[in-house]
Design a protein around this ligand. Structure first.
Ligand code: AP5
Length: 222
């Protein structure tokens, strides 16, 4: 299955993409995670991207699209993928069309997750991530088993630098002006399913799995 998860910062794209990736055995491609990997390894790309990410702005298309094109050409994407955080501008969506055409593949669905901006600010302020394996937690809604430590690898959890309130507000502005118009772009091209994020993570996950016709129980088998 070839999927795109759209939605504002903090609606839960990364959380759902991780679950779908496991249940469907397809790679989870997150441009945000790719940038953070480059930043933590001090690469040139990472240093360039950091200047934008820290301000809540988008990394320029010319940096982002090349990185995604390289990833989608890898062998493990042959049977599908879930794109999280890409595309984020109309220009990126057009570029993705071109990559997929060159690879002779088509998208199956766009899942658009929605949530009120005020709720998003609350969610992002409580988010903690694992700097080692990128697992995502929330101090109240999805706490780790041992406080402050990643369930997967035991690494100390951290708050993302762009999860400060003023940066979250900037990211939301950027989303509404530059990324939301992508929905209109895809309207007549691919099936779009809108899913309202519920305050219970499990309810949102059930909605996403139902939209895809995937048995929710497959998650427990992973
Ligand atoms: P990126 O990392 O993609 O950030 P984002 O899109 O802003 O999205 P987030 O990761 O903040 O949120 P999410 O929707 O994945 O939510 P999550 O599952 O973590 O990008 C970061 C930056 O990189 C961008 O600002 C930009 O600068 C740059 N960038 C990335 N891609 C780019 C591109 N294509 N072009 C240009 N620049 C790009 O969940 C959030 C919290 O809520 C967690 O704590 C989670 O546990 C909790 N939660 C999730 N679901 C629920 C639920 N249903 N109920 C309760 N809590 C929940």
């Amino acid at each position: 299955m070839r999927l795109i998860l759209l939605g504002a910062p903090g609606v839960g794209k990364g959380t759902q993409a991780t679950l779908l990736s496991k249940a469907l055995s397809i790679p989870h491609i997150s441009t945000g995670d790719m940038f953070r990997y480059h930043i933590s390894n001090n690469t040139d790309l990472g240093m360039e991207a950091k200047q934008y990410i820290d301000k809540g702005m988008l990394v320029p298309d010319e940096i982002t699209v090349g990185m995604v094109a390289d990833r989608l050409k890898q062998q493990d994407c042959r049977n599908g993928f879930v794109l999280d955080g890409f595309p984020r501008t109309i220009q990126q969506a057009k570029f993705l069309d071109k990559i997929l055409k060159d690879l002779n593949i088509q998208l199956d669905m766009v899942i658009n997750i929605t949530l009120d901006d005020r709720e998003i600010i609350k969610r992002l302020s409580g988010r903690r991530i694992c700097p080692q394996c990128s697992a995502v937690y929330h101090i109240e809604d999805k706490p780790p088993k041992n406080e402050g430590l990643c369930d997967n690898c035991g690494t100390g959890l951290v708050q993302r630098g762009d999860d400060k309130e003023e940066t979250i507000i900037k990211r939301l502005q950027v989303y509404h002006s530059q990324s939301e118009p992508i929905l209109e772009y895809y309207k007549d091209k691919v099936k779009i399913v809108n899913i309202e994020s519920h305050k219970l993570l499990e309810v949102t996950t059930k909605r996403v799995f139902e939209a895809l016709g995937v048995d929710y129980k497959t998650l427990n088998a992973c």
